[in-house]
Design a protein around this ligand. Structure first.
Ligand SMILES: Nc1ncnc2c1ncn2[C@@H]1O[C@H](COP(=O)(O)OP(=O)(O)OP(=O)(O)O)[C@@H](O)[C@H]1O
Ligand SMILES: [Mg+2]
Length: 252
């Protein structure tokens, strides 16, 4: 594993770190502008650590829109999502707004700021939920965690906020060290679409043929697929608490 490196934002002009700040191609003017933007956000230090890798440097995560690293303000350690210059996204304003709406119903890492090139949020110190589910076979705890994820999805459904990528749940569900699950990455979230958070996650956990659904079957026992599909269809038509609880009852 690569060693972790902590440096002040001024030193982000150095390679290979400048490339992370402006992934995938360093542009000196862009680097300078981004350093200024980071200072305006109150970021003093950044840290290159984590199980991900970009430009041969350790990072927390790497997606198609951003590279996530650790940032330090004078009071906190945070997750910093850096906009890739090849991402096709103009800024993080929409993602920040959607994450704020999610935070209003106690979902997602706490948002600190969203700017043109950066999104600063609570650092979820842990791993992918899938890994946790694979390593933890205690039925009671397993159920509690899945129920927590479904309740979070329910709250998003109730405020009309569709995450949009929960069918690709493994990349977007994290677990912190206190066994608290987090939904991340609200960049494609919308308040215009029909919500499908509960149904997408249930499909993923209980209906589909994914690695996760196999883990769920192994730990909780195989459920009646047709009963689940039926309950999901009823919920799709009428997103009542009662219909949601029927899903919980059948699945857990
Ligand atoms: N607040 C956070 N705390 C800890 N890790 C995070 C946080 N936000 C994101 N990550 C990690 O960084 C990865 C990439 O983040 P994110 O999904 O937001 O980027 P993306 O470019 O939009 O990805 P994708 O291409 O999958 O849409 C996540 O899968 C996760 O592992
Ligand atoms: Mg994304």
């Amino acid at each position: 594993m690569k060693s972790s490196v902590k440096l002040s934002v001024e030193n982000l002009t150095e390679e290979p770190y400048a490339t992370i700040l402006c992934y995938p191609h360093t542009k000196p003017l862009e680097v300078a502008n981004r350093i200024l933007e980071l200072k305006e956000l109150g970021v003093q230090m950044v840290e290159f650590t984590g199980s991900g890798s970009a430009a041969n440097v350790s990072v927390i995560g790497k997606g198609y829109t951003g590279i996530v690293i650790i940032a330090h303000t004078n009071s906190e350690q945070l997750a910093l999502k850096i906009r890739r210059i090849d991402s096709g996204r103009e800024n993080f304003f929409h993602e920040a707004e959607m994450l704020q709406k999610a935070n209003n119903v106690a979902v997602g890492p706490r948002i600190l700021a969203g700017s043109k090139n950066f999104l600063l949020s609570q650092f979820v110190d842990g791993d992918f939920l899938t890994k946790w589910l694979n390593d933890n076979k205690d039925t009671e705890n397993f159920c509690r965690v899945i129920r927590d994820v479904l309740e979070q999805c329910w709250r998003l459904d109730m405020v009309g906020l569709d995450h949009g990528e929960l069918s690709k749940a493994p990349r977007h569900l994290l677990m912190d060290k206190l066994d608290k699950p987090f939904i991340v990455d609200f960049e494609t979230a919308s308040i215009q679409r029909r919500v499908a958070n509960v149904t997408s996650v249930c499909q993923h956990f209980f209906v589909g043929d994914s690695f996760v659904s196999k883990l769920v079957w192994e730990t909780l026992g195989k459920k009646s697929r047709s009963q689940i599909v039926n309950a999901l269809q009823n919920y799709k038509k009428d997103k009542s608490r009662q219909n949601f609880e029927t899903i919980l009852q059948i699945c857990l």
